[in-house]
Design a protein around this ligand. Structure first.
Ligand code: NDP
Length: 489
C-alpha cells in the first residue's frame, strides 16, 4: 500500500477523540498573555511527543525491514518434522530485519560492521525466528563475553567515542575473534546494499524428524542479486552524503517490484558425527567447511512488501532465537544459549511484556494461547476466559510432545570451556579464509586492518593484534606488520 492511501479524513481530534479547534495558536490569557494549563490539546501534544521514543536496541539499533515469502523447494522431512518445511512448494510469510551492530539508531548504513539478518517465519505452528547475520561466524564463542565485547565497539565512557585502543585491546586478548575480524575487514565487511549480501544462521541448530532422529544444521541464505561490496573510501563518502543508503535501496527496490531474493541452503550433520568432528561443531567462531558438509538447497526467500510504518513494524519488531517450532531446537553452542535468554529479555525491557502481540510480532496462522495476562498495554484479548491450568472449565492444554530431541550430557557443573576437537584452534579458519583470497583482496584486507590498528596508542596493543593474524598465516602477519609499522612510523 502506498503512503498516499493512508491520508486521514475528518477533523483533527485529541487522543480522546474530541475535536481540536485550533492547532496553530495555543490558548492564552488574553492576547499576548501566558499560556493556559487548560489547553488540553497543547499539553497532550507536547506530552505525547516527549514519549515518542522507546529505548533503542543496545546492539542492532539501526535497521530496515521488509515482509516476504519463503518457498520450500526440497523435501526435508528426512531431517525435520517442522510443518513449514514439510511440502515442496509450501509458502510461509516472513519478516526480515537487517541491521548494523554497533551504530545507534540514527547512524549511517554504509559502515564496516556485521549486518543482522533476523528472519521471522509466521508458520502454522507459531513463529520461528532465525536471528542470523551476514557472516557465518562471530567474534566470541561464549555469551559471558558479549557485554564486554560490545562495550569496546561502543563509545568509551571518558572520550564518548569509539576508541581503537578498546577495540584492538579486546580483540588482541580474545584470539577467537581472529576469524571474524579477518572476514569483517575483507571486502564483504561493507556490503553495497542489503540485497547484495548473504545471510547465515551462523549458530548450529537441531532439526529432528518424525522418527525422533536428531541432526545438527547450519543455514545459509545466498543472495540471488550477487555479492557486491563497497570499498572503504566509497563507503566513507556515502556514509556522509547518504546515511540512509541501505534502508532507501531496500524500500525502493521493493516499491518498483524488483524483489530481492536469497537461495536457502542447509548443511546437515547427523547427530552422531558431532562428538568426533574435527572442529567443535557448536563453536560460533568456526564454519563447517563445505567439503565436510556440502550445502543442500532447500528453498527461496523473497522480500516483496514494505512495512507501512517503520516504528510499528521495524522498531517494535522483536526476534528471539528461542522462538522455535516443533522439529527445530537449540544446540549446546554457548553463544546461542546466552542469546536464548538475552533477546526476550531485551524486548521485555524495550518494547514491553506484551510485545509479542503487536501485529508484526504475533503469529499469523495460529494464535498464542497462554495463561499469561495483563501487564502494560494489555489489549484484553482473552476477554473473560479462565487464566490458570489445570482447570475443569476448558482451556489450552500441554501437548506432552517436546519440540526437540534431548541432548545427552555428562560431567559436573563448572565454568568449563567448550570441549576441544582435533583440529580446533583460534586461527586455523582465519588462515583458510586469508589463503582463499585473491592478491587484490589480500591487499585491501591488510590496508583496512593496518589503517585501524595503527590508530592505537600503545605498541603492545598493536603487536598483540598483529600477532593473532601472524598465527593465522605467516604471510598475513608479515605483511600486516610491515603495513602497521609504516603507518605508525
Ligand atoms: P569453500 O571454498 O568450500 O568455501 C569458501 C566460501 O567462502 C565460499 O563459498 C564463500 O561463501 C566464502 N567466500 C568467498 N569469498 C569470500 C570473501 N571474500 N570473504 C568472506 N567469505 C568469502 O571453503 P570452506 O568451506 O573450507 O571455507 C573456507 C573459508 O571460507 C572459511 O574459513 C570461512 O572463512 C569462509 N566461509 C566459509 C563458509 C562455510 O560455511 N564453509 C561460509 C562463508 C565463508 P558463500 O558461498 O557463503 O558466499
Amino acid at each position: 500500500m502506498t503512503q498516499e492511501a493512508h491520508v486521514t479524513q475528518g477533523p483533527l481530534t485529541t487522543e480522546a477523540g474530541a475535536p481540536v479547534a485550533d492547532n496553530q495558536n495555543s490558548e492564552t490569557a488574553g492576547v499576548g498573555g501566558p499560556v493556559l494549563v487548560q489547553d488540553q490539546a497543547l499539553l497532550e501534544k507536547l506530552a505525547h511527543f516527549n514519549r515518542e521514543r522507546i529505548p533503542e536496541r543496545i546492539v542492532h539499533a539501526r535497521g530496515a525491514g521488509a515482509y516476504g515469502t519463503f518457498t520450500l523447494t526440497r523435501d526435508v522431512s528426512q531431517w525435520t518434522r517442522a510443518k513449514f518445511l514439510s511440502e515442496v512448494g509450501k509458502q510461509t510469510e516472513t519478516f526480515l530485519r537487517f541491521s548494523t551492530v554497533a551504530g545507534n539508531l540514527g547512524s549511517a548504513d554504509a559502515v564496516r560492521d556485521p549486518r543482522g539478518f533476523a528472519l521471522k517465519f509466521y508458520t502454522e505452528e507459531g513463529n520461528y525466528d532465525l536471528v542470523g547475520n551476514n557472516t557465518p561466524v562471530f567474534f566470541i564463542k561464549d555469551a559471558i563475553k558479549f557485554p564486554d565485547f560490545i562495550h569496546t565497539q561502543k563509545r568509551d565512557p571518558y572520550t564518548g567515542s569509539q576508541e581503537a585502543d578498546n577495540v584492538w585491546d579486546f580483540w588482541g586478548l580474545s584470539p577467537e575473534s581472529t576469524h571474524q575480524v579477518t572476514w569483517l575487514f575483507g571486502d564483504r565487511g561493507i556490503p553495497a546494499t542489503l540485497r547484495h549480501m548473504n545471510g547465515y544462521g551462523s549458530h548450529t541448530y537441531q532439526w529432528n524428524n518424525e522418527a525422533g532422529e536428531a541432526f545438527w544444521v547450519k543455514y545459509h541464505f545466498k543472495t540471488d542479486q550477487g555479492i557486491k561490496n563497497l570499498t572503504t573510501e566509497d563507503a566513507n563518502q556515502l556514509s556522509g552524503m547518504d546515511p540512509d543508503s541501505h534502508q532507501r535501496d531496500l524500500r525502493e527496490s521493493i516499491e518498483r517490484g524488483d524483489f530481492p531474493s536469497w537461495t536457502v541452503q542447509v548443511q546437515v550433520m547427523p547427530a552422531a558425527d558431532a562428538a568426533n568432528y574435527r572442529f567443535n561443531p557448536f563453536d560460533l567462531t568456526k564454519v563447517w567447511p563445505h567439503e565436510d558438509y556440502p550445502p543442500v538447497e532447500i528453498g527461496k526467500l523473497e522480500l516483496n512488501r514494505n512495512p507501512e510504518n517503520i516504528f510499528a513494524e521495524v522498531e517494535q519488531s522483536i526476534f528471539s532465537p528461542a522462538h522455535f517450532v516443533p522439529g527445530i531446537g537449540p544446540s549446546p553452542d554457548k553463544m546461542l544459549q546466552g542469546r536464548l535468554f538475552a533477546y526476550g529479555d531485551a524486548h521485555r525491557y524495550r518494547v514491553g511484556i506484551n510485545a509479542d502481540h503487536l501485529p508484526v510480532n504475533r503469529p499469523h496462522a495460529t494464535e498464542a494461547r497462554t495463561n499469561s495476562r495483563d501487564g502494560a498495554l494489555y489489549d484484553g484479548r482473552h476477554a473473560g476466559s479462565k487464566n490458570y491450568e489445570p482447570n475443569s472449565f476448558g482451556g489450552p492444554f500441554q501437548t506432552d510432545k517436546p519440540m526437540w530431541q534431548p541432548t545427552p550430557v555428562t560431567g559436573a557443573t563448572g565454568n568449563h570451556e567448550a570441549p576441544s576437537h582435533a583440529e580446533d584452534n583460534d586461527f586455523v579458519q582465519a588462515g583458510d579464509l586469508y589463503r582463499m583470497l585473491s592478491e587484490d583482496e589480500k591487499g585491501r584486507l591488510i590496508d583496512n586492518l593496518a589503517g585501524f590498528i595503527s590508530k592505537v596508542s600503545r605498541d603492545d596493543i598493536a603487536e598483540r593484534a598483529v600477532n593473532n593474524f601472524r598465527q593465522a598465516d605467516g604471510d598475513f602477519g608479515k605483511r600486516l606488520d610491515t603495513a602497521v609499522q609504516a603507518l605508525r612510523g
